[in-house]
Structures are given as C-alpha cells and as structure tokens.
Design a protein around this ligand. Structure first.
Ligand SMILES: Nc1ncnc2c1ncn2[C@@H]1O[C@H](COP(=O)(O)OP(=O)(O)OP(=O)(O)O)[C@@H](O)[C@H]1O
Ligand SMILES: [Mg+2]
Length: 123
C-alpha cells in the first residue's frame, strides 16, 4: 500500500463529519436494490477535500431534487428498502457541511442512481 506524502487536511468536528458519511452511506444502501453498487471517492480540491458517495440505485425524480435537503422531506415512503425514515438525514448533512464552510450537491437520474458530493475546506 502506498501512503500519499501529502494527505489533505481539513479542520472540523470528527464526530459530525462521521455523521455526514453515515447519513449518505445509509441512504445509498436504503435506496439501492440488493446487488447494487456504492462508491466513495475522496480527492483534494481547492485546498480542502471533495467527497462523493455514488450509488446505482433507484434515483430521485428531478421535481424532488431541490427539496430533499429540507427537514422531514421524503420522496415517497414506499421507496425505501427499510421502513421508518424520518426525512432528517440529508438536512443534517447540509447543516453540518455548511457549518464547516463547505457545500453539498446532488445529481440523480431515476432508475440509474445518485451522486452526493460534498466539499470541506482546508484549515
Ligand atoms: N441515495 C439516494 N437514492 C435515492 N433517493 C434518495 C437517496 N438519498 C436520499 N434519497 C431520497 O431523499 C429523501 C430524503 O433523504 P433523508 O436521508 O433526508 O431522509 P430519509 O432517508 O427518508 O430518512 P432518515 O435519513 O431521516 O432516516 C429520502 O426519503 C429519499 O426519498
Ligand atoms: Mg436518510
């Protein structure tokens, strides 16, 4: 294994950034059919780090995309493989990332999958 000489640093609350990853990954798992794929990519960007969580799951209809970061907003209760989501996960993601001076973005195509991207600035 090769460890890069320069690992980009960010400053922030480790537990909260962990929560961001948990929320995005648990969505990717909930909204992707069995046997599907999920990828995580991390790369240095603009002095910070850009992270993406991509799945090839059910995707999000375009008319819902602008609202999914709102509190309690869910596209359709029957879409999840698991019951009982509250619609809070992504609002927490947005709140934490923005509190760290970053941004979060989504691209998605129904039936093809979704990519959530977030950026955290360097120290
Ligand atoms: N990776 C994804 N693929 C498809 N749809 C998604 C994905 N991530 C989120 N969504 C849609 O966005 C909605 C909002 O997501 P969010 O994580 O905020 O809430 P939730 O997963 O429904 O509930 P909670 O995370 O609070 O348990 C979800 O109900 C789902 O319809
Ligand atoms: Mg969720």
């Amino acid at each position: 294994m090769e460890i890069p000489a320069q690992i980009p640093r960010i400053s922030g609350d480790g537990q909260k950034i962990h929560q961001v990853l948990v929320n995005l990954l648990s969505n990717a798992i909930s909204y992707t059919q069995e046997g599907g794929h999920i990828a995580i990519e991390v790369q240095p960007a603009n002095g910070g780090v850009e992270v993406s969580v991509t799945d090839n799951g059910i995707g999000i209809p375009p008319e819902h995309l602008s609202r999914i970061f709102e509190r309690f907003y869910r596209v359709d209760k029957s879409r999840s493989r698991e019951e009982g989501g509250t619609g809070l996960g992504l609002s927490i993601v947005k709140h934490i990332v923005e509190a760290h001076g970053g941004w979060v973005n989504v691209e998605s195509k129904p039936g093809q999958g979704s990519r959530f991207n977030f950026f955290l600035p360097g120290p």
